[in-house]
Design a protein around this ligand. Structure first.
Ligand code: ADP
Ligand code: NI
Length: 217
């Protein structure tokens, strides 16, 4: 089987696995991250097969859906990749990407780095900002029964992630807690430049939002 066949098979595998996944992590999220990854990879010297497989498999079994067990995703991916008879080096690298992608800068120290991981991580972050990022945030907020915005509740930037998750903070707070910070965390030059544009779009959205909230035209 050539690499193209393996990618097509991986696409089918991921689609099946994500059947019925919630809106923020469905197949279309993976497809967007895949496309963003290919776009960023054009400007980098990298192993394209690792980038493609990493993008397709990065959310294969989010620990959120497995009681926080971080080993399920990598194990599921490894079993699949071994079946496809890929070189051991490729398999190990893709697994490292899955293990390290959602590094949040928190408790766990990120101990692996590569250009391929940087590309997929940037691609994943791009999908959390801009128009898509705004849509995903309000979709998530609705799912969690959060309000849109509360003018009496100034965003508390000192909250920890846990405090924030358990708070009744409205969705607009998520912009200050996470979305507006992503631009500063990008790894690659092209990722940074796409993020800058999407960031501006979010800032425009917020100023329009506040203007409309206050009854301005
Ligand atoms: P990741 O896929 O990077 O692990 P999450 O699973 O935390 O990100 O979030 C998935 C999507 O839901 C992202 O677009 C994110 O911005 C959004 N989201 C996560 N937490 C919140 C929240 N508290 N309020 C609004 N949107 C959120
Ligand atoms: Ni993702």
């Amino acid at each position: 089987m050539d690499n193209n066949d393996i990618i097509n098979k991986t696409i089918q595998f991921v689609k099946n696995k994500l059947e019925g996944a919630e809106g923020g992590h469905d197949w279309f999220h993976i497809e967007r991250v895949y496309k963003n990854s290919l776009l960023i990879a054009q400007d980098e010297v990298c192993d394209l097969m690792v980038v493609k497989l990493g993008a397709l498999l990065h959310d294969i079994a989010d620990s959120k859906f497995h009681g926080g067990d971080e080993t399920v995703g990598p194990a599921v991916a490894r079993a699949f990749l071994e079946q496809e008879k890929l070189p051991e080096g490729t398999i190990n690298h893709v697994i490292k990407i899955i293990e390290n992608i959602s590094f949040k800068g928190g408790k766990v120290k990120q101990e692996f780095t590569s250009i391929e991981l940087n590309i997929v991580q940037d691609a994943d972050r791009l999908d959390a900002i801009g128009a898509i990022g705004i849509a995903r945030a309000f979709n998530y907020g609705g799912f969690k029964n959060r309000g849109l915005y509360n003018p009496n509740l100034a965003p508390n930037l000192n909250m920890t992630k846990e405090e924030y998750k358990n708070s009744s903070a409205p969705t607009i707070s998520h912009f200050y807690e996470k979305l507006l910070l992503l631009k500063g965390k990008m790894n690659t030059v092209s990722g940074r430049s796409i993020a800058a544009e999407r960031h501006r779009y979010m800032e425009n959205f917020l100023s329009q939002f506040y203007a409309e909230w206050d009854g301005e035209k």
